[in-house]
Design a protein around this ligand. Structure first.
Ligand code: NDP
Length: 478
């Protein structure tokens, strides 16, 4: 029994003023779609309809691409970097000023705990704009030649797990390098992208530099296949990433893909257990496990397996699941009914294949989409739950005896986005890091992000880097 209960501490949603319906943001203005189609976006925690959003069809995507082209040719690419920087700094400052509103809106539409949207997502969004604002007038020092040129119009498609942060990862470097953009947010989380469109108006960004077209997968496909774009940037599933790669292969479009992951979080016997347990929890239960670089495979050295597992179970029993707007909440709602069905299905497969499933006692709200923090033990490398991205709060636990075995198992995946290593030996960290086939290797920490650090994958996790000096290359004609 807990010694005390937490009183509810809900963040007020009155700071957000939702419109009943939203148009498309094309050429600096909100307006209706050509064919008048719309869809609803809901709160995954309550299933309440939040707003109606326009579904962009081919004619709308075409209008958006034309607006972006015009802005590219007549305004943005010709503007000196120091002038572009002013707009990016202005956007960054407005994001900071509106941070609380954006955090509440993100938690409402996505279901993530306010603690995370307030302390992680939105500060990082502002940081990405500040960081890239700094690059806009210094591109000749980025290592891509004396006067690197932009690519043109970027078509960008983003997922629902970090809606505004993924927008920032895409739009900030594109604009800093002198490109204009047409961005499609995910169908289930369009609201912060539309709030960002308002921020562009507030910052007096020239019309057409940023265009936001809402819609579902079909709108995304129309955008990436549009002949008028020069660059495609996509974050999402490996399956759709492959379709995009195929569609762009016969074209001259430059493509970056940030796809799935099945990261190993490797705990050695000399790691401080309590610290490692916090890292394991952060690795897989942060953002309900809807994280491409989540530490979804825990590899524990056999000698400390029972200690680590006992501590992990104790810690999981203290996680609070519920209202995303409650400041005490650790685990929020699953983003959609479809994602919940996928998590349930793969968890059932895990049991059917012989792994043991465990969750702490945890009451799930009646309305909305919820899944308890879950651990599978007795997992073998062949199990689907050890191979496929579940994209939910589900951890598969495996063991190893030697560092070589840990490397072998960690790399035994079609993905290669991230990995974690927990040990007090610096030499072992370096030994592991040089052998792990992953774009990011965290040592004695996990899920740490910074705009100065390049992020991206190997193998089926995609190609190209976002963030840092390396990320600029994706938006320059080099
Ligand atoms: P998708 O890859 O389908 O969605 C990502 C984005 O691409 C969304 O904006 C989506 O639109 C859009 N899209 C869908 N189909 C196409 C297409 N043919 N051409 C261009 N754009 C398209 O991911 P899901 O949301 O369906 O999630 C499925 C699985 O993908 C998850 O369970 C998870 O395993 C993985 N995933 C990985 C992510 C990562 O960061 N690596 C992020 C999200 C998901 P819309 O949302 O409107 O369908």
């Amino acid at each position: 029994m807990p010694k005390f209960e937490y009183a509810p501490a809900p963040e007020s949603r009155s700071i957000v003023s939702l419109r009943e319906s939203y148009g498309l943001f094309i050429n600096g203005e909100f307006g209706p779609g050509v064919d008048g189609r719309a869809f609803k976006t809901i709160s995954p925690a309550t299933e309440e309809v939040l707003a109606e959003v326009t579904e962009a069809g081919p004619a709308d995507v075409d209008r958006a691409v034309s607006a972006a082209r015009k802005a590219y040719e007549h305004t943005w690419s010709a503007m000196p970097g120091r002038e572009r920087a002013k707009y990016l700094f202005r956007i960054a400052r407005i994001i900071q000023e509106r941070a609380r509103e954006l955090a509440v809106l993100e938690s409402l539409d996505n279901g993530k705990p306010i603690r995370e949207s307030r302390d992680v997502d939105i500060p990082l969004v502002a940081a990405h704009f500040f960081y890239h604002a700094g690059w806009a007038d210094k591109l000749e020092y980025a290592g891509y030649g004396p006067a690197p040129r932009p690519l043109g119009v970027a078509g960008q498609v983003i997922p629902w797990n970090f809606p505004l942060l993924m927008l920032a990862w895409k739009i900030a470097p594109a604009l800093a390098c002198g490109n204009t953009v047409v961005l499609k947010p995910a169908e289930t989380t369009p609201l912060t992208a539309l709030a960002f469109a308002e921020i562009c108006q507030q910052a007096d960004l020239p019309p057409g530099v940023v265009n936001i077209v809402t819609g579902a997968g079909e709108t995304g496909r129309t955008l990436v296949e549009h002949p008028g774009i020069d660059k495609v940037a996509f974050t999402g599933s490996t399956e759709v990433g492959k379709q995009i790669a195929r569609a762009c292969a016969p074209t001259r479009k430059k493509v970056t893909l940030e796809l799935g992951g099945k990261a190993a979080n490797v705990v050695f016997e000399d790691a401080p257990v309590d610290q490692a347990v916090e890292g394991i929890v952060n690795g897989i239960f942060f953002n309900q496990g809807h994280v491409c670089c989540a530490g979804s495979r825990l590899l524990v050295q056999e000698s400390v397996y029972s200690d680590v597992l006992a501590s992990l179970r104790r810690r999981l029993a203290t996680l609070r699941l519920g209202d995303p707007l409650d400041k005490n909440t650790d685990v929020g709602a699953i983003n959609s009914a479809a994602q919940l069905a996928k998590i349930r299905e793969l968890s059932e497969v895990g049991e059917a294949e012989g792994a043991q499933r465990w969750s702490p006692p945890c009451e799930l709200p009646v309305k909305g989409f919820w899944f308890p923090p879950t651990i599978f033990t007795g997992v073998s490398q062949a199990h689907r739950i050890a191979r496929e991205e579940i994209f939910g709060p589900v951890l598969s636990v495996l063991t190893f005896r030697t560092p070589a075995e840990a490397v072998e198992k960690a790399n035994n995946t079609p993905y290669g986005l991230s990995a974690g290593v927990w040990t007090e030996k610096g030499s072992l960290i370096l030994w592991m890091a040089s052998r792990l086939r992953a774009g990011v290797v965290w040592a004695n920490t996990f899920n740490k992000f910074d705009p100065t650090s390049p992020f991206g994958g190997y193998k089926e996790s995609g190609y190209g880097r976002e963030g840092g000096r390396h990320g600029l290359e994706a938006y320059l004609d080099v």
